[in-house]
Ligand binder design. Sequence first.
Ligand SMILES: [Zn+2]
Length: 570
Amino acid sequence: MHYSHLLIPTLKEVPAEAEAQSHILLFRAGMIRKLASGIYDYLPLGLRVLRKVEAIVRQEMNRAGAQEVLLPAVQPAELWQESGRWQIYGKELLRFQDRHGRDCCFGPTHEEVITDLVRREVHSYRQLPLNLYQIQVKFRDEIRPRFGLIRGREFIMKDAYSFDIDEAGAEHTYRGMYEAYSRIFRRCGLTFKAVEADTGPIGGSFSHEFMVLAETGEDFLASCLSCDYAANLEKAEVPAMEGGSGPSPEGAPNLVATPGVRTVEEVAAFLMVQPEDIVKTLIYETDLGPVAVLIRGDHEVNEVKVRNLLGVTELLLAGPDRVRELTGAEVGFAGPQGLSIPVYADQAVAALPAMVTGANQTGYHLTGVHPERDLHFAKVADLRQVTEQDPCPRCGGALTILKGIEVGHVFKLGFKYSKALNAKFLDADGEEQFIFMGCYGIGVSRIVAAAIEQGHDADGIIWPLPLAPFQVGLVPINTNDEKTRETAQRLHDEFEAAGLEVLLDDRDERPGVKFKDMDLLGLPLRVVVGPKTLAKNQAEVRQRRSRDVSLVDLDRLLPYVKDLIDQGTP
Ligand SMILES: [Zn+2]
């Protein structure tokens, strides 16, 4: 392929709103352009990378026994009303009406559509199991699309849905998908981790997320240094604490004036105590009314755990007016004593022998509060986020907290959609049963960005070999020199004939410009031909990642480059 024939509008400047390196570099390398907020054009090189991801995903899904389908992007409201999601999905669902005034949406996901297809076509256990997938454009109307392809509004996903006769069958399918996903991300050349994930309001079943490890990731995960345990921070458990809070301090709690002292740090400094001696009282609004949650001053609340414990979907910190109404004090002075709303305590709070809390009186705190003697809890549970100081819940080893970008999710759904849409089959005894479902997503366009978050330097992108738009960039450094031009063209033809993907930079540009662009594009190998090396019948081969440079005889060049690629070196 010739550079001059392709649309590769590279740029020096960085787009104003771009925060993530992948966004900046995809833009500067001329691989994507923004059409509207969270909506992007894929230019020829960007599309080549996307197609490579798709090809790997497709091969591994087919190998795992899944069948490809293509479902419509536009979906009728009736199906979403049947599942109940038309009401609860919120503004992220892009809704509109067709010319007949019928409600429709642009699909952010396809559980309803696929379940509808299967309920119409599958009637017997003999037709199961079934695993159907598609690679398709989806739309989620994010309020704040960010980071380019990482969190756009329009994106490309592989979504698969499995249908089994029972839970054991579904378990088997889930395992198969888990293994297929591991192969997909390995083949993409990504460093990733499969972590236990929260199942959300569906509950009951289990799920795993696949995270590409990157400093710029928005997700946090806890990973054990000694065993296989890894979990999304939302899900990571704190081991159950042994024993109670011990004997209570002498005398009743003390009311102490703490004028204008609100935060944990301010209270600790003012009363000369440690943050772990202070208890934060967080007031939340929920579907079940207001509640208070107690967390030790040096810990962070885990709202997913709180939501799961209470069995609610809505959980919002109460505003200042509501806090005043419920506690009688300004924000910063709420405490558990005498509250008329249910109080939920993290287990580390219930184990404190004496604590400092707000006094529900503006400008005052209480010291010497004992959990058993002075407080009443609706429930004590694990309600906080783990830290690197906590032991692994499985083996007691040390935990490390890492950052990642979620690129895949496998999920055991159960009967949620088959029951809502009445998808049944006849079992071997002729009895009607609901189909047991699973769903499995991969963010195809997000992988393109995640690969860059993991592979880049100050000069540009460093593609993993399997995703690179071309494997080799061929750079003649003086296109006015006939021998250079002819040799470059001959090498290009030979490389292509040998099945290599090669981009020949045939532009009449200075070598510096060509080198800069080649680094920015991130092709794994660069081959430079010029009058100087040609005089010795040689060419220069440079590896983008290691920056290793070798001079190679022209007659050995093709096997040399082929070897590097076959070994997956660059
Ligand atoms: Zn462990």
